[in-house]
Design a protein around this ligand. Structure first.
Ligand code: FBP
Length: 256
């Protein structure tokens, strides 16, 4: 395992809580409880997550954990503008470190008309971060008018490979329910550890089954948001998730 990511791993696996949706989707994902970042910090602590991913503003005002390692997302965008996807850098590696970051994150829209700008920003981030021993996680999402089939196995494998080629220590990618194909996606990521996004809220069984599959295919874990904090009871699903991820239980066993 890459030594610099050790902090985020337990038994060679990892579950990161993602909470950058306020920027990416707006409060449409939130209710009265989970709109409060302090509630999410509590879930991360009590649920014993291996990391939490936040935008710098949320990290500055709410992150004060000594137990849950912090990933500061360095770029972001809203979904309000009807343009080719471009997520600009909003925070430097140095600022993230001042906020207590143990790693930094960046979303790459692979295939966008603006990919060259994002690749350049990302490459500078990798250089700055690696110079001071900080790991970099790339959210690699194929997106843009010219990306015909963003969820095809070939396109996902291409995006995963881009993450590796640009120096990401870990990538975060979506799962397309093609179990055999996903092994190829993971192979394409090489030494970059592969986290899978949770996606929109699913029923318990489907969520755990997808998790089980991606781990079997070779992913290191999940970087998950809505499937945890959108649930009325985030702790019961977290407990079951931990059984699948760390104890290698099947979804059926984990739900018992
Ligand atoms: P979820 O587990 O809720 O899907 O979160 C993963 C994530 O990558 C977030 O970090 C990010 O805000 C969001 O998905 C991006 O979603 P979209 O695909 O709509 O851009």
């Amino acid at each position: 395992m890459d030594v610099r990511l050790d902090k985020f791993f337990r038994k060679n696996r990892s579950i990161i809580l993602a909470y950058d949706h306020g920027m990416e989707h707006g409060p449409v994902d939130f209710n009265q409880k989970n709109i409060d970042p302090a509630y999410i910090m509590e879930i991360a602590e009590k649920g014993r997550f291996n990391g939490i991913a936040l935008q710098h503003g949320i990290a500055e005002h709410y992150y004060d954990s000594t137990r849950v390692p912090l990933i500061v997302k360095l770029n972001g965008k809203t979904n309000l503008a009807d343009v080719e996807p471009y997520s600009s850098q909003l925070c430097s590696v140095q600022r993230a470190l001042k906020l207590g970051a143990d790693a930094v994150g960046y979303t790459l829209y692979v295939g966008s008309n603006y990919e060259s700008t994002m690749f350049e920003e990302f490459s500078n981030i990798v250089e700055n971060a690696h110079n001071v021993g900080v790991p970099v996680i790339a959210w690699v999402y194929p997106r843009g008018a010219s990306v015909k089939d963003p969820m095809s196995t070939d396109t996902l494998a291409y995006a995963a490979r881009v993450g590796l080629e640009l120096g990401a220590d870990a990538i975060k990618i979506k799962y397309n329910n093609d179990f055999e194909g996903f092994k190829w996606v993971i192979k394409a990521a090489g030494k970059s550890h592969v986290y899978v996004a949770g996606g929109s809220k699913q029923d318990d069984y489907t969520f755990l089954k997808n998790t089980y599959e991606v781990l079997e295919a070779g992913a290191c874990g999940l970087a998950v948001g809505r499937n945890i904090w959108k649930r009325e009871d985030p702790y019961t699903i977290t407990k079951a998730l931990r059984k699948v991820v760390f104890d290698k239980k099947t979804p059926e066993e984990a739900l018992q």
